[in-house]
Design a protein around this ligand. Structure first.
Ligand code: PEP
Ligand code: MN
Length: 286
C-alpha cells in the first residue's frame, strides 16, 4: 500500500489477532457482545437497560452521554451526569462500560468513568482527537466513517497505533451508498476483508448499519459467521420511548433471543461467546 499506507495495523504472516482487554474480557478471542441504549436518558432507563443486557449475557454496557446528532435541536445527551449513571450501572451489574468521546477536551472526563472510549463515525478522521487518544492507556473503539474507504479506516487506526496506543478495536457500522432504503449499507464483506488483514479485533454494529430493529438480529448473526470478533448492539427497555435511534433498538426480549441465536451460530462455526465473569474476577480498568 506504499510508504504512506497502513503498516502497524497490518497483520504479519502467521501473526495472531492482538487481544484488547477491557474489564475482565479480551476482544480478539472468544466472541464479545457490547450492548445498551444509544443514549443515556435517565437513571431508570440506564438501570433497566443494564439489568436486561446483563441478564441475557452481554459482556459490556454501552451508552452515549455526548451524542453527535445531525440536528442541533435533537437530544444532545446528558453529558457527564450520563457518564456517572453509566459507570454506576456498570459497577452494579459488573460490566465494563463503553461510551463515545466527541472532542479532545472531553478525554480527561471520559477517563474518569469509562473502560473503552468510542470514536464515532463522524469523528473517524478527527486527527487531533485520534492523536490525543493515541497517548492514553485505555482501549479505543474506532468506528468506520460512513463515507470512509477501508484504507482510510485502517489509516485512522494507524494514527492510534503510531502514537503509541495499541489497544484498538475496529467497528464496521455501515456506509452510505446510492441506495437510501436502509439507514446505511452494512459492508460485511469489507469487514471480513479487514478482519483477515489487521492484527486488531474487528466488531460489527448491526444497529446503525441497518437502522431497523427487525434487521439487527439477522445481520448480527451474519457478522458472527463472517468472522467478526464481537458486536456493538443498541438495546432499549422501551424503544418506542427512546430519545435517540429507537427504530433500531432491540427490546430486552429480542436481545435475549439474539444472544441465544449467537450461541448456536458460533458453535456451528467452531467458536463461542466469551465466558461472562464478574468485573472483580480479573480487575477492571477502573
Ligand atoms: C452510536 O454508537 O450511538 C453512534 C452515534 O454511532 P455512529 O458513530 O456509528 O453513528
Ligand atoms: Mn445510536
Amino acid at each position: 500500500m506504499g510508504a504512506t499506507g497502513p503498516k502497524r495495523v497490518v497483520r504479519e504472516p502467521g501473526e495472531a489477532t492482538r487481544k484488547v482487554r477491557f474489564g475482565p474480557f479480551e476482544l480478539g478471542g472468544d466472541f464479545v457482545v457490547i450492548a445498551g441504549p444509544c443514549a443515556l436518558e435517565s437513571p431508570e432507563q440506564v438501570e433497566r437497560a443494564a439489568q436486561a443486557v446483563k441478564a441475557s449475557g452481554a459482556h459490556a454496557l454501552r451508552g452515549g452521554a455526548f451524542k453527535p446528532r445531525t440536528s442541533p435541536y435533537s437530544f444532545q445527551g446528558l453529558g457527564e451526569p450520563g457518564l456517572r449513571l453509566l459507570s454506576e450501572a456498570g459497577r452494579r451489574h459488573r460490566m465494563p462500560i463503553v461510551s463515545e468521546v466527541l472532542d479532545v477536551t472531553q478525554i480527561p472526563t471520559m477517563l474518569e468513568y469509562v473502560d473503552v472510549l468510542q470514536v464515532g463515525a463522524r469523528n473517524m478522521q478527527n486527527f487531533a482527537l485520534l492523536r490525543a487518544l493515541s497517548k492514553i492507556d485505555r482501549p479505543v473503539l474506532l468506528k468506520r466513517g460512513f463515507g470512509a474507504t477501508i484504507e482510510e479506516w485502517m489509516l485512522a487506526a494507524e494514527y492510534l497505533l503510531d502514537g503509541g496506543n495499541e489497544q484498538v478495536v475496529l467497528c464496521e457500522r455501515g456506509i452510505r451508498s446510492f441506495d437510501t432504503t436502509l439507514r446505511n449499507t452494512l459492508d460485511l464483506a469489507g469487514m471480513a476483508w479487514v478482519k483477515q488483514r489487521v492484527k486488531v479485533p474487528v466488531i460489527v454494529d448491526p444497529s446503525h448499519s441497518t437502522g431497523l430493529a427487525t434487521l439487527v438480529t439477522p445481520m448480527a448473526l451474519a457478522a458472527a459467521v463472517a468472522g467478526a470478533d464481537g458486536l456493538l448492539v443498541e438495546v432499549h427497555p422501551a424503544p418506542e420511548q427512546a430519545l435517540c435511534d429507537g427504530a433500531q433498538a432491540l427490546t430486552p426480549d429480542a436481545f435475549e433471543a439474539l444472544m441465544k441465536g449467537l450461541a448456536g451460530v458460533l458453535a456451528a462455526t467452531g467458536r463461542r461467546l466469551a465466558e461472562v465473569r464478574p468485573l472483580s474476577a480479573v480487575g477492571g480498568t477502573r
